[in-house]
Ligand binder design. Structure first.
Ligand SMILES: [Zn+2]
Length: 261
């Protein structure tokens, strides 16, 4: 796990697996952890990393309901998990789904976990909306971010100039239409994110990153081009430069199936 302090009040941890990001933000005596690393030893290390840096953990947040972003309670079992209302609806509609997918992943990679994943009572947050921290001195902004999946929220941290956007604008992964995602919703989200990216210096995508604003805007244009080509040309759509590996071509095949089904 790679640990980067972007600011005295913001730490980004990048998992060795899928480069899944976990962002800790602090204001005064309060702090939140957005998303999670994937591997057990990374989740074990997280409380020590944040403790040593003096980061309080008042609660956990998730950008969306895919299992690899929901593992924070392995690190902080007493903390409650909050997410945008669309994600809360998805988690309620698919009880046990994240646990099943985690088990499949663990079986495939011979990963052992000390206990099963428990999400606890998930707290639904209004999107768009605001979440106060630091005795109300600071506010996280929640913005809708759907299209990769049917659910999701991006977290804007205005006082630090950082956007934590979930599985969009990734330097390592092409746009991925998971079940319930769509090209139309994804493109609308990218337009919404464009306005948010212009308000910040740094973007922390769900996989890879953190990246400076200009790189995020460049990726955004590449992703718009890819998705438009996918809608019109299906399998013939060219993949963005630097994201053409075998794994990215497999995601592309899934996207083609999603737009032609
Ligand atoms: Zn993801």
């Amino acid at each position: 796990m790679q640990v980067t302090a972007l600011d005295a009040d913001l730490i980004v941890c990048i998992s060795a697996f899928w480069q899944t990001t976990c962002t800790a933000v602090r204001a005064g005596e309060e702090g939140f952890v957005i998303d999670s690393p994937v591997l057990p030893h990374e989740l074990d290390a997280l409380p020590h990393v944040l403790g040593q840096a003096g980061f309080p953990v008042s609660g956990l947040l998730a950008t969306h309901g895919d299992w690899d972003h929901l593992l924070g309670r392995f690190a902080f079992p007493d903390a409650s998990l909050g997410c945008g209302e669309s994600t809360a609806v998805r988690l309620r509609a698919e009880p046990g789904e994240a646990q099943r997918e985690l088990r499949d992943f663990d079986d495939e990679h011979y990963v052992k976990r000390p206990v099963p994943l428990s999400l606890g009572a998930v707290q639904s947050l209004p999107v768009p909306g605001r979440l106060a921290l630091g005795d109300g001195q600071r506010e996280l902004e929640l913005h809708p971010a759907v299209g990769h999946t049917p659910d999701g929220a991006a977290y804007l941290i205005p006082w630090l100039g950082v956007l934590v956007c979930g599985d969009y604008l990734s330097p390592v992964e092409i746009p991925w239409l998971s079940p319930g995602g769509s090209v139309e919703a994804y493109l609308l989200t990218l337009e919404r994110l464009r306005a948010l990216v212009e308000r910040v210096d740094t973007v922390v995508p769900g996989h890879g990153g953190p990246i400076p604003r200009d790189e995020a805007l460049r990726i955004l244009e590449e992703d718009v081009s890819y998705l438009r080509a996918l809608a019109h040309r299906g399998a013939e759509a060219p993949l963005p430069d630097g994201r053409r590996s075998r794994s990215q071509r497999q995601i592309h095949d899934q996207n083609v199936a999603a737009v032609t089904s």
